[in-house]
Design a protein around this ligand. Structure first.
Ligand code: GDP
Length: 612
């Protein structure tokens, strides 16, 4: 079959579904437009151009293309056909998320070039990850630039023997796997840092599990070798039990003895990294629109949303239209960890960008598209999907808590947390979700970096949540919207204040807890039987007070004979609200007539007690 080959540079895989409009056709004021979708068949095009299938086959033949109606046509051919029929071709705006996600650009082999390895450093806390990352970074930057290396940085690149290596700090082991599950290919190998004086610890195993699950090569860096109690053999023995058998013991795991603090063994470590990179040969296509992952993101007071991205493939450029998770924008600035400016970022390069309209989340995948309309529609569609999901979750919890109310008196306070950095949001979430006041607890329906937006207000209203702004504030219009919808926004800059306030709010939400308190006693001195009413007891209040609304117990010879409510309480002929010690009264008990002289009537009341 002499079908014209697909456009050589790149093509789209994945079957687009038709939207509500008739396939490929759309008309605006006199102009005939054919909506182009990747994967369109000859039959689809015929339908769009309002001609028969036979006609399109004939037209294709005239173009020298022998094909069937079910064959997929490339964009150029479709454009030619459309022009002939007086149609303008327009690219479809991709709004459907599922379709967008399955759309995978196929790279041409000749466009693939080698890219630097991306190395993730993992390990137990305090075993020296940060020190190692700092040491490598400092030793590799040109003197004079080292001054820039003070603040924390999630990712950087070093140049060694003319070759680059990208290092990233794990955002936490679980976050690493989460990123992977979401489809991010953020790393090529793992350096597992284990302190020689401490050995294998829980997070060492955790890191190991995550690295193994990702099927990544692992290099063990046995750190703190400068310490007197360093015991590398112990580390190797322990890790051998987990399948990391050292090369020198006949296994396949490279071990490097280092002191991150004293800058010893670092060269060897980098050698091993280079060696693995040479063997595995990582490649990417710099000629396509960039795609990659967010390593970290925060809201900068001056610059707005800032994100550190790592480019997996393609080349990211200033001015690119980019979708990042639920947010989008146009790349305004790009800089590296030393604040050096770039106009382009190539595969494996970590780069800090500005220009997004909101703060994305670590682990979000980014993709570049040709036009702004596409990125906006994808981001908006994702936002509304997220909102739907959150709403469902929030509704479910309200329902859950309603059900809970019936049996366990369980209640929840829905909260949305917005903050300037992911760290404080996570800290707050942890603190708040731990609060448990007699079965009441906090349910964080959304936690995100960035300003409080209209989106947050909508969710808050729907889920009856309150919004907590930590070091962030709502814009004027957002504030007004919240006010008019009765959504509560609370702003804080100290974490423990949030905790205190929320605890107080939860106490306010608690059903008051009541306790029964005995308020008085009366002795039955006489009884009268009155038809229709029943037994009336003539009593003397001997202690405290008897109130009309009291609960009463009838006690006979020390035994509670009956518990119930008063049916009447009288002083002489008049109804009385209460009768105090030393006074006589007449009373009757609801649904109970077996009152005898000498019985004791004990009155009690439910009293609200403060919840601790
Ligand atoms: P992280 O929690 O894994 O990032 O660990 P850090 O890099 O913060 O290191 C924890 C502590 O170990 C710090 O006090 C470091 O100075 C110290 N440390 C790190 N590497 C070495 C080393 O090679 N030798 C010694 N003696 N101390 C080290």
């Amino acid at each position: 079959m002499a079908k014209k080959p697909m456009k050589p540079k790149q093509s789209f895989k994945g079957k687009p579904q038709s939207q509500s409009k008739p396939k490929g056709e759309n008309k605006t004021a006199g102009e005939k437009i054919l909506i182009f979708k990747p994967g369109m068949t000859a039959a689809d095009v015929a339908q769009g151009l309002q001609i028969t299938n036979a006609m399109i086959i004939k037209k294709l033949m005239m173009l020298g293309i022998m094909t069937s109606v079910n064959e997929v046509l490339d964009r150029d051919t479709i454009e030619l056909l459309a022009l002939e029929e007086g149609f303008k071709i327009q690219d479809e705006v991709i709004t459907d998320l599922a379709r967008y996600d399955e759309m995978e650009i196929v790279d041409n082999e000749e466009d693939m070039v080698s890219r630097p390895p991306i190395v993730t450093v993992m390990g137990h806390v305090d075993h020296g990850k940060t020190t190692l990352l700092d040491t490598i970074r400092k030793s590799r930057v040109v003197a004079g630039e080292a001054g820039g290396i003070t603040q924390h940085i999630g990712a950087y690149q070093v140049v060694r023997n003319g070759k680059k290596i990208t290092f990233i700090d794990t955002p936490g082991h679980a976050a690493f796997t989460e990123m992977r599950v979401r489809g991010a290919k953020v790393t090529d190998m793992v350096v597992l840092v284990v302190a020689a004086d401490d050995g294998v610890m829980p997070q060492t195993i955790e890191a190991l599990d995550h690295a193994k699950a990702a099927n990544l090569p692992i290099i063990v860096a046995v750190n703190k070798m400068d310490k007197r109690d360093a015991n590398p053999d112990h580390v190797m023995t322990e890790l051998s039990n987990y399948g990391l058998v050292p090369e020198k013991w006949g296994g396949s795991t490279p071990y490097v003895m280092i002191s991150a603090l004293k800058n010893e063994g670092i060269t060897e470590l980098l050698d091993v990294i280079e060696l693995i990179a040479e063997i595995d040969e990582y490649k990417a296509n710099p000629k396509r629109p960039a795609r990659g992952t967010v390593i970290e993101a925060f809201l900068d007071r001056g610059r707005g949303p800032v994100a550190t991205l790592i480019v997996e493939t393609g080349t990211l450029k200033i001015g690119d239209n980019i979708v990042v998770g639920n947010t989008y924008g146009k790349i305004r600035t790009m800089q590296d960890d030393l604040k050096r400016r770039y106009t382009e970022a190539e595969p494996s390069q970590p780069i800090e960008i500005t220009g997004l309209n909101e703060v994305p989340q670590a682990g979000d995948i980014f993709m570049v598209f040709d036009d702004e309309k596409t990125v906006r529609s994808i981001a908006e569609e994702r936002q509304s999907r997220q909102r739907e999901g959150e709403l469902k979750a929030a509704k479910k919890t309200t329902l859950d808590s309603m059900l809970g109310d019936l049996d366990a008196q369980e209640k929840e306070l829905n909260i949305i947390i917005k903050g300037d950095v992911q760290g404080s949001i996570e800290a707050l979430r942890g603190l708040l979700e731990k609060i448990d006041i007699q079965g009441l607890h906090v349910n964080v329906v959304r936690g995100g970096v960035g300003a409080i937006t209209e989106n947050d207000i909508i969710l808050a209203q729907a889920s009856k949540a309150i919004i907590i702004g930590f070091n962030v504030r709502p814009a004027m219009n957002v504030k007004q919207m919240a006010d008019s919808l009765g959504v509560e926004i609370r702003l804080y800059n100290i974490i423990y204040r949030v905790q205190e306030d929320i605890e107080a709010a939860l106490k306010g939400m608690l059903e008051p807890v009541f306790e029964e308190v005995v308020i008085g006693q009366a002795e039955v001195r006489e009884t009268f039987k009155v038809s229709k009413i029943g037994t009336i007891a003539g009593c003397m209040v001997t202690d405290g007070v008897i109130r009309r609304e009291s609960l009463v117990r009838l006690i006979r010879e020390g035994i509670v004979v009956y518990e119930g409510k008063l049916a009447s309480l009288k002083r002489f002929k008049d109804d009385a609200k209460e009768v105090r010690t030393g006074f006589e009264c007449g009373l009757s008990i609801e649904n109970f007539n077996d009152i005898k002289i000498g019985d004791i009537i004990e009155a009690s009341q439910m009293k609200e007690v403060e919840v601790k």
